[in-house]
Design a protein around this ligand. Structure first.
Ligand SMILES: C[S@@+](CC[C@H](N)C(=O)[O-])C[C@H]1O[C@@H](n2cnc3c(N)ncnc32)[C@H](O)[C@@H]1O
Length: 221
């Protein structure tokens, strides 16, 4: 069964954009897009031979001339006409490297859909500083892990974010849905346990501040 994480990622993809999925692995996202009769081009990219062979098989079985794959790294062989770039299931260091390498070539992709599995609180600031804003975000809880799926688009109207919004997500804060509130409660418990072990005054103050922000999110609800 395809994960709800990938289903949510697919739901964030505009029907009028050509899309490239970087690090496609088996190409499950391509299957989801084909199932919904996605009308535009879809490219799956893999940089490792093993996963690439699986991806190739998926593309063959989809048997749709709009769907293709290539064996390459990051965005190196992704034409600038692909307006939506999905990078999912990778760590922040790899995502950063892929995006910066492309930007160095003067490319400015319209939309990124990012599902980053490490240093999640750095992702929004990174894209914001590159000139992107958050069009939508979905926080999901699957297999006991929280996944923040974020859709970034070019920040053409100079939207400004607070540090709080860049850390927790403007839509997560606004919507305060059950998953977000559950994440806040668990984080409070974790931080309170850390607080008991920390002796440094500055660190204790920072921990207390973060705990109080998280508590406010819960109480504002
Ligand atoms: C954990 S899998 C994620 C698969 C799928 N995107 C998902 O979210 O379920 C990460 C995939 O990214 C690929 N990958 C890692 N670095 C890459 C790069 N620079 N370019 C293309 N693919 C890459 C890996 O080979 C692996 O198949």
């Amino acid at each position: 069964m395809i994960s709800s994480r990938l289903t949510k990622i697919a739901e964030l993809i505009n029907d009028d954009h050509d899309v490239a999925d970087i690090g496609s692995d088996h190409g499950l996202l391509l299957i989801l897009l084909n199932n919904r009769k996605f009308p535009k081009k879809v490219l799956g990219v893999e940089n490792k031979v093993g996963p690439y062979k699986n991806l190739e098989k998926t593309v063959l079985s989809i048997n749709n001339p709009n769907f293709s794959s290539n064996l390459s790294s990051g965005l190196k062989k992704v034409d600038i006409n692909y307006q939506t770039i999905v990078i999912a299931g990778m760590g922040f260091a790899t995502i950063k490297e892929i995006v910066l390498d492309d930007i160095k070539k003067g490319h400015k992709r319209e939309t990124f859909i990012i599902d980053c599995h490490t240093n999640q609180n750095e992702v929004r600031s990174f894209f914001y500083e590159l000139g992107y804003k958050i069009e939508n975000e979905v926080l999901i809880y699957e297999d006991k892990i929280y996944y923040d799926i974020i859709k970034f688009v070019l920040n053409n109207d100079n939207t400004v974010y607070s540090n709080l919004e860049l850390t927790y997500g403007p839509y997560n804060i606004k919507r305060k849905n059950d998953v977000f509130l559950k994440m806040c409660s668990e984080k409070i418990e974790k931080l309170e346990n850390i607080f008991k072990l920390v002796t440094d005054d500055r660190k204790r103050t920072n921990l207390l501040n973060e705990i109080s922000i998280l508590k406010e999110f819960i109480h504002e609800n």
